[in-house]
Design a protein around this ligand. Structure first.
Ligand code: SF4
Length: 242
């Protein structure tokens, strides 16, 4: 039995081509069982328009590359099934990041800059035997586990009002990265050494608690809880200072 006919309106534009005019193209696709938005775009690219550009890598909700706006809401194209969408829907790139072409955006540059800002790697003066694992206790691992699950999809930034208004704001993904290393017992930095990045309007005080990050994060990382912990630690540090 043929599947539902779906109409997909897709944003088209090549940012590297000065002649390119932003516009939308509409495609008709026959829905297949368990068809994801990614598979619908694949069907269009394979059989209707090979020039359509989108990002995809793992196709299984672990790499974050296929984040896209579906009817104005950010989500993963590989995780979103067409059966959960209306007969007609619109696909657009994430607006927070530099646009490349069609629905592809350059998230890599933002995440690389953010990693440099928060120095997102373990700082330690300890020397390790490379042949041995540096084991942590179960409790210590659990402190970083949730934050570590971030797949750098950028959806929280797209859904964050504060990040849209302040381009220097670290945003939910950046604050989560800072939290991940603050909680790691192997990292010798303390809060003070991250003060320049964290204790400002571009850091933790830029969060307006609108909770878009929590609502959209496809990995359901408890971002507001992480930011609450950061705030409590900062307050405790200030009180201690007095
Ligand atoms: Fe994506 Fe969630 Fe990581 Fe934000 S915190 S980049 S929404 S996985």
């Amino acid at each position: 039995m043929p599947g539902r006919n779906i109409k997909i309106k897709i944003f088209r534009h090549d940012s590297s081509d000065p002649e390119s005019e932003p516009h939308y193209d509409t495609f008709n696709v026959e829905e297949k069982p368990f068809m994801s938005v990614y598979l619908a775009m694949d069907e269009i690219q394979t059989n209707q328009d090979p020039s359509l550009l989108y990002d995809i890598c793992c196709r299984s909700n672990v790499c974050g590359s296929c984040a896209i706006n579906v009817n104005g809401q950010p989500m993963l194209a590989c995780k979103t099934l067409t059966k959960d969408l209306p007969d007609e829907f619109t696909l657009e790139p994430l607006r927070f990041f530099d646009h490349i072409k069609d629905v592809a955006a350059d998230k890599g540059r933002w995440f690389m800059e953010m990693t440099k800002r928060v120095e997102g790697w373990i700082h330690t003066s300890k020397h390790f035997n490379e042949k041995l694992e540096n084991l942590q206790s179960e409790e210590e691992r659990m402190d970083v586990y949730e934050a570590e699950r971030c797949i750098e999809c950028g959806i929280c930034l797209e859904g964050c009002g504060a990040a849209q208004l302040n381009e220097d704001y670290l945003g939910p993904a950046g604050l989560n990265r800072a939290y991940r290393f603050i909680m790691d017992t192997r990292d010798e930095r303390n809060l003070d050494s991250m003060a320049e990045q964290l204790f400002t309007e571009d850091g933790i005080f830029g969060c307006e608690a609108m909770l878009g990050c929590r609502n959209f994060c496809p990995k359901e990382i408890p971002l507001p809880e992480h930011f609450g912990t950061l705030r409590r630690r900062i307050i405790a540090r200030v009180l201690k200072g007095k």
